[in-house]
Design a protein around this ligand. Sequence first.
Ligand code: GN1
Ligand code: MG
Length: 365
Amino acid sequence: MKAELQNIASHFALEGDIAAIDSLGDGFINDTFIIRTSGDAPDYILQRKNKNIFPDVPGMMENIRKVTEHIRRRVIAEGGDPMREAMTVVPTHDGKLYHIDPQGEYWAVTVFIADTIAYNKADSPELARKGGEGIGKFQAQLADFTEPLAETIKGFHNIRHRFVQWDEALKRDAADRVKDLTTEIGWIESRRGEMLDFWSKVEDGTIPTRVTHNDTKINNILFNKEGEVLCAIDLDTVMNSTSLNDFGDAIRSYTNTGDEDDRDLARVGMSIEMFRAYTEGYLSQRAAQLTQPEIDYLAFSARYITYEQVLRFLMDYIDGDTYYKIKYPEHNLVRTHAQYKLLQSMEEQYPAMCEIVRETVAKYK
Ligand code: GN1
Ligand code: MG
């Protein structure tokens, strides 16, 4: 593997000599490595992109190039440090944004930003507030982005599309698990209507479509040692959708008092304090730009994305675990239960969430 990785890395226009290549992080989709170089050259992130999940890696890399170049220009215009506050895609020697190895796997490289922290959990309201500011800033930087973007995963946060996949998965029952999942399937079915109602507001344009990250969980955000957000990473799912996805997915991640795959459901719930902190940070950057329908559905978006995540984990379990990497056989079912507990906690606290949004908008608008 080491020699193969060296060979793959050698196709990219890297500065400096490769000293080592090590595994990095625990993404559910791609395989990630760090290329350590000797001397003053930067280190690099090398990723095998999961082509089963991303059917158009060239289109995806083109999205990432466009978006990172746009952010880079904005950072420079504002006097920031473009090598730390924007991702940098490193092309191959022949100018391509990816390399295809002899097995047909796609690889891509970005510059590793040193002296940074990626958290797996938000441990303080202050961090959540900074995280909210960071995504607010990301959306602001892309507000004037007008180039077309490829849809890297069809219907990614489109619940109507997810229900088509869901209905097919139930019918297929590929792993013969449906018979044991009556309760869990009921959780999805009983909320189908309210989720479609929300999504129809996006479909009819009541809620606008913008450039969105679509995977804003905390470990996809890079912080500096002082706790400020430098930039959003993992841009594989940058697409046009509703900005509410980015708020909702971040709330799903930042406010959970337990883990996404906690077996101990007593640990799982939404911290209203963390909700307030993230909302504060986010709206401090975005309140003036959001439309009234976006504000009206801000709190609901957390329920929407968390519900979608329950559906996606359960659907993958029903499918026999073909999408998410799992660490043990019932991992996707454990994730389903933990995310459902979080959803229930959000539903219980929904009036308080709406009130916090109202108060915070009034402060910043
Ligand atoms: C995946 O790739 P990663 O680990 O950042 C997934 C997200 C899910 C998340 C659940 C392309 O994110 O949509 O919310 O796992 N990414 C894709 O933790 O499906
Ligand atoms: Mg990630």
